[in-house]
Ligand binder design. Structure first.
Ligand code: E4P
Length: 217
């Protein structure tokens, strides 16, 4: 499973990238607003750091303006994935922008039927939001499983990009059911390294190192 960082925090992106944990980045209007920076400028900086796809989202609601915005975003760098919302206009924009050779990430997906439409529109990525479904007592993971089954049934190449990830368990569950990509806050990706028995084991080793005076350097 590929890991994308769901952030515009440059330092956090660099740290994960240097550790070899980063296959791409996703942003959305809320993330850009939080960064307090110009969308074109911060997106360019991210594209210069990361080799993989960097999602930048359109802001318009009608297909024609989405297409114009998408074309402008695509000029930022070769690794831009244009993010469009899963609306009828978003699907029309997806078809045009993918036909022009762009990567397109269709976002705000909350049902298997929406994902089926996005695949037919040629989306490179479909972004089902699992955390927001869990928030309203629905089953986000079940949606990932359903999309996996449908895409495999028909050989769709659209990649399932599990989004709105809130926990390390979401990461494991997405990997188990075959999501192609998971995008998560960098804190969640780093927390995957933690285990209480690792910490306890290290405490024991450190005590023995100190008692025995073991030195390597
Ligand atoms: C995905 O591309 C979105 O940016 C993101 O995962 C949304 O997550 P949230 O529900 O935590 O805002």
């Amino acid at each position: 499973m590929k890991f994308f960082a769901d952030t515009a925090d440059i330092d956090a992106i660099k740290e994960l990238n240097d550790a070899g944990m980063l296959d791409g980045v996703t942003t959305n209007p809320s993330i850009i607003a939080k960064s307090g920076r110009d969308i074109l400028e911060v997106t360019k900086e991210i594209c210069d750091i990361v080799d993989g796809p960097v999602s930048a989202e359109v802001t318009a609601l009608d297909a024609d303006t989405m297409i114009a915005e998408g074309r402008k975003l695509a000029k930022i760098a070769d690794n831009i994935a244009i993010k469009v919302p899963l609306t009828w206009d978003g699907l029309k924009a997806c078809k045009v922008l993918t036909d022009e050779g762009n990567m397109v990430n269709v976002t705000l997906c909350f049902s298997a039927n929406q994902a089926l439409l996005a695949a037919k529109a040629g989306a490179t990525f479909i972004s089902p939001f699992i955390g927001r479904l869990d928030d309203i007592n629905m089953d986000g993971l079940e949606l990932i499983e359903d999309i996996r089954t449908i895409y495999d049934n028909y050989g769709f190449e659209t990649q399932i990009l599990a989004a709105s990830i809130r926990s390390v368990n979401h990461m494991k569950d997405c990997a188990l059911v075959g999501a192609d990509v998971a995008t998560a806050p960098t804190s969640v990706i780093k927390a995957m390294a933690k285990h209480v028995l690792t910490d306890k084991g290290l405490d024991g080793f450190l005590a023995d190192i100190k008692a025995a005076g073991i030195k390597i350097l």
